[in-house]
Design a protein around this ligand. Structure first.
Ligand SMILES: Cc1cc2nc3c(=O)[nH]c(=O)nc-3n(C[C@H](O)[C@H](O)[C@H](O)COP(=O)(O)OP(=O)(O)OC[C@H]3O[C@@H](n4cnc5c(N)ncnc54)[C@H](O)[C@@H]3O)c2cc1C
Length: 385
């Protein structure tokens, strides 16, 4: 590989966003990925653009939901910088010009914006189009990353092949590790590789036992197993029911972790169905189901389930890694003593400390866009960002 200024490892939204920012800053960039990751599935992201919302309220919700595990400085960056996304992305609006907003679990007001209900795929396609021909794309799994102090450059290994090349800075954007679990909505290539590689270069990690469960992941029918159903439906009339059809968990302001715990408690008490419970969207108005949740309606219809009339069988499943690499507000990867590792940056789900021990729905997508951009800009500057 010819020498490049910035190597991005990971082809999700954090990685492509970093590549975009680095190219804009004038750096030569290569991006290596072994799959698409979770980002194409991002339905909506949090941006505090509602009439009753503010950066302060967004911060308050994020810190409260994180249950004491959030790094305040990173949350400040997330919430403050998120507002700029509204200048950059044409989020869907209502006829009166106001933003179309969904309310995710953990937010005290509706805050999730989207573009055609597929902001992840939309943003990825946009960035990739803009960077066409400007980024060297490499397909494959990076299996090792090392630093050659004589050359002042990183080398990496692709599968079994040593792809040594001179790379000034590296952005690790390899996502989380929930693909390691058998029942998870993540693809299997998400195994925490980037964390392993960075640790071998001296990086610190945090909260490696913290994993967010998505409460509503399909158990059946078989062809839909492991595909999640979005929980914003709870604010539009969906309910949880046990094997006897009784509604439980009426608190619409519960967080994802509380909802998952309530489901596990119901199953443990013998009131579950095949290890899960019913998620019943029959109370959601048909016009909302058919517009906002058309993908879910279509997916279930193709599997022979009409969710206007029948409930969905779901169970909580590992969904997002909350722990990961320790970074500062410039996305520099830090060592256990708090000093940065020269040339090493990280963004996205591979990072810990932003969501604490419980992530608000919609905050992960915002994180990839906000911190991916910072990581790319800093990596383009070189050694210490
Ligand atoms: C089904 C689903 C729906 C979701 N919906 C939402 C939502 O609506 N809103 C929201 O905010 N969040 C949502 N999330 C969470 C969100 O998708 C992720 O947190 C986010 O996409 C992470 O982005 P990322 O770029 O950090 O990682 P990913 O998008 O997961 O990308 C990681 C990349 O790294 C690559 N990679 C990994 N290891 C290696 C290696 N060794 N060598 C080379 N490449 C490697 C992968 O192939 C991939 O390209 C959802 C998650 C899931 C699973």
């Amino acid at each position: 590989m010819p020498p490049v200024d910035v190597l991005v490892i990971g082809g999700g939204l954090a990685g492509w966003r970093a590549a975009e920012a680095a190219v804009k800053a004038g750096a030569s960039v290569a991006l290596v990925a072994n799959g698409a990751g979770n980002s194409p599935d991002i339905h909506a992201i949090n941006v505090p653009v509602g009439a009753d919302d503010s950066v302060d309220l967004f911060m308050e919700d994020t810190l409260r939901s994180g249950r004491g595990g959030c790094e305040r400085e990173l949350v400040e960056v997330l919430c403050r910088e998120s507002v700029k996304l509204a200048e950059e992305f044409p989020f869907d609006r209502n006829q009166d010009g106001s933003y179309k907003l969904l309310q995710p679990l953990g937010c005290s007001v509706p805050r999730c914006v989207s573009i055609d209900h597929k902001i992840g795929a939309w943003a990825l396609a946009k960035i990739r189009r803009e960077l066409d021909g400007k980024v060297q794309l490499i397909k494959g799994r990076v299996t090792a990353l090392s630093f050659n102090s004589q050359l002042s450059a990183f080398n990496f290994q692709l599968g079994d092949v040593d792809a040594a090349g001179e790379v000034r800075s590296v952005v690790i954007a390899t996502g989380g590790w929930c693909g390691k679990y058998e029942f998870s909505d993540n693809p299997p290539e998400l195994r925490g590789d980037g964390i392993d590689m960075a640790v071998k270069l001296g990086a610190a990690t945090r909260d490696m036992d913290a994993v967010q469960y998505e409460p509503t992941v399909a158990l059946a029918p078989e062809q839909l197993r492991c595909i999640p159903v979005i929980t914003t439906m709870l604010f539009e009339g969906a309910t949880f029911r046990n094997k006897d059809g009784e509604e439980f968990l009426r608190d619409k302001h519960a967080n994802k972790d509380e909802v998952s715990r309530a489901i596990f408690a119901e199953v443990k008490a013998g009131r579950g169905v095949d290890g899960g419970v019913w998620f019943d969207a029959t109370g959601v108005p048909a016009e909302i189901l058919d517009s906002v949740y058309a993908d879910t309606v279509g997916r279930y219809a193709a599997a022979g389930v009409d969710i206007h009339k029948e409930p969905m069988l779901v169970a909580p499943a590992p969904h997002t890694s909350l722990g990961g690499l320790v970074i500062d507000a410039r996305c520099r990867v830090l060592k256990p003593d708090g000093s940065p590792i020269p040339g090493l940056f990280a963004a996205g789900e591979v990072v810990g400390g932003i969501h604490g021990f419980n992530r608000i729905g919609g905050n992960a997508g915002t994180e990839t866009l906000v911190f991916g951009k910072i990581a790319g800009e800093q990596a383009a500057k070189g050694e210490l960002g």
